[in-house]
Write a protein that binds this ligand. Sequence first.
Ligand SMILES: *Cc1c(COP(=O)(O)O)cnc(C)c1O
Length: 423
Amino acid sequence: MHQPSIPQIESSDPEIAGLIHDEARRQAEKIRLIPSENYVSLAVLEACGTVLNNKYSEGYPGKRYYEGQQIIDPIETIAVERARALFGVDHANVQPYSGSPANLAVYLAFAQPGDTIMGMSLPMGGHLTHGAGVSITGKWFRAVHYGVRQDTGRVDLDEVRDVALRERPKILICGGTAIPRTIDFPAFAAIAAEAGAVCVADIAHIAGLIAGGAHPSPAGHVPVISTTTHKTLRGPRGAMLMTDAAHATAIDKAVFPGLQGGPHNHTTAGIAVALREASAPSFRDYAAAIVANAKALATALQARGYDLVSGGTDNHLLLVDLTSKGIGGKPAAKALDRAGIELNFNTVPFDPRRPFDPSGIRLGTPAITTRGLDESHMPALAGWIDEAITAAIKDDEATLDRVAAEVRGLLAAFPMPGWSAQP
Ligand SMILES: *Cc1c(COP(=O)(O)O)cnc(C)c1O
């Protein structure tokens, strides 16, 4: 059963209620290795399901375009203050609807259509919104890219500097969606300064690691920080933009009225609750455990002959090149899902295959760490991954079903917030 219970939906809309229960069970019974996903607390779920949904509050605390903001203003102010304290930044805007619009607001603030922007290329580990051709960010701006070195799988900062000094972008973005290694924020900031670009750190994936002290922070080095709130940070779906004092006004104007209308106040409350959770000492343990689990899983997979891009991980994420195993990422991911192990297929740097049928899989440990799995479980998890991939190659469906049952058996001892076996 979904937790909190949903009796009103059950009586008014049994079709949707049934699907919500089914999704809660599916989440509970599968090992969630998608590195951008997590499980929010019941407190965060509650915040998102409140009457705060009902209120319009275009503007910012104290400067709104609608009346009746007596309660919304302190909620947003608390969220902002908690973000500032947790990340050590001068200014925070908690209104972006999600990570993609947050990045769009950054472009609106510091670039004109047709200007050059620079980020990591999508197939190398960047995000769509870092100027990929299919994205508005690649269509409305002149996007130039850097990648990783083929021999190391790591960003080559000399290449970044060469491209930046040649292309003179207005904006230089560091961060991405498939980067298993520590991001050198001071180095990116120095290159941006030399090239005359605004440096932007997109920490969507690693915000929780930064908050918990398990990855160096861009604060104090990089003037503009963009993040989602729902990945390692373990909050509701949403985003924040954090800046130094000099870039605060431009960002606020870009988010509203530049890009968005009314903020999602229920999400703002959920972000505030999540930021409080992330400020607790236990969250530091959580962040450290995410990294320890990722390193243990990397070691266990390597022991079974799997090739990891860059040879390992420093953070929550592993990128596995399956070329040597003789299977593509997509059939492997589909078989793993059947075996109760949920992850995504992904391009690997210099991938010879097509993006919709690439060579790799991407996995991460934020969600399983939330459930309480530790390093001692990683060899068994690597074993199941290996069995499922081998079974996929042999079309051995019985093994996939057996692994799925074993996964369910393990997870029964590690409840997830949001589902309960008992009604
Ligand atoms: C997830 C992500 C985003 C986009 O977030 P959405 O909420 O999915 O729009 C942006 N940048 C990076 C690096 C991300 O990982």
